[in-house]
Design a binder for this molecule. Structure first.
Ligand SMILES: [Zn+2]
Length: 219
């Protein structure tokens, strides 16, 4: 699947709407816009419809992807090793080993030196939330459900706590952390939102990832 190659770079912004659609209705709406507003939109829509949306659209993802909409991990690895590609096979293995060992050493030192509970990544995201949540108002909130609104009710989201935490913005399901709507709800109830943050966003998990040394590759 390479929609840019088939239909040109300009198609990307239309395709992004499909990737980040949080409901089937928004996905269908984005397909309609692509068909109507893009020069060869009809063919692009037919091409996309032949692909299973569970592979790329946020609303249809089967399992949480922690914000990764494509195989970003593989792309990152390719980018990290880009400079090493010119080496011959044996030297390449050695350089990859050096690279990985250096990364582990550096990250282990960061994790050990930190006394913070959450990773820098999670802290950054939550401090953005902290600045925004005042804009959101809750209605019909009880122990398990809440309706969260902003812009005088123009935008609204449904938050549920059971059987597991979810929001109609889809962020808690995908990221396994509280979205701004869940945070507003917690704030309104006087509860801490940290219990809703998955353990992967805690320093302890980061440290565990880098706690083991990798044995050298022998001949
Ligand atoms: Zn939400």
């Amino acid at each position: 699947m390479n929609i840019r190659r088939h239909f040109g770079a300009q198609v990307s912004k239309f395709f992004q709407r499909l990737v980040y659609a949080t409901s089937q209705a928004r996905y269908e709406e984005a397909l309609g816009i692509l068909e109507k507003d893009y020069p060869n939109g009809k063919e692009a829509v037919a091409y996309i419809k032949a692909i299973d949306s569970r592979k790329f659209s946020r609303y249809a993802l089967v399992l949480p992807r922690y914000g990764r909409m494509t195989s970003n991990a593989v792309e990152c690895m390719n980018a990290a090793f880009l400079k090493l590609r010119e080496y011959a096979a044996r030297r390449l293995l050695f350089e990859v080993w050096i690279y990985v060992m250096r990364s582990f050493y550096e990250r282990q030192t960061i994790a050990e030196g930190s006394i913070d509970l959450l990773t820098e990544y999670a802290k950054g995201r939550f401090s953005e939330f902290e600045c925004e949540y005042g804009r959101y108002v809750m209605y019909n909130a009880d122990d398990d459900n809440a309706l969260v609104q902003t812009n005088g009710g123009v935008d609204q989201w449904i938050v549920r706590r059971h059987p597991r935490l979810s929001c109609s913005c889809y962020e808690p399901q995908e990221m396994q952390w509280p979205c701004i709507h869940v945070m507003s709800w917690c704030k309104g109830k006087g509860e801490d939102y940290l219990p809703y943050v998955d353990r992967i966003y805690f320093q302890k998990s980061l440290l565990a990832c880098y706690s083991q040394a990798i044995p050298p590759v022998t001949e």
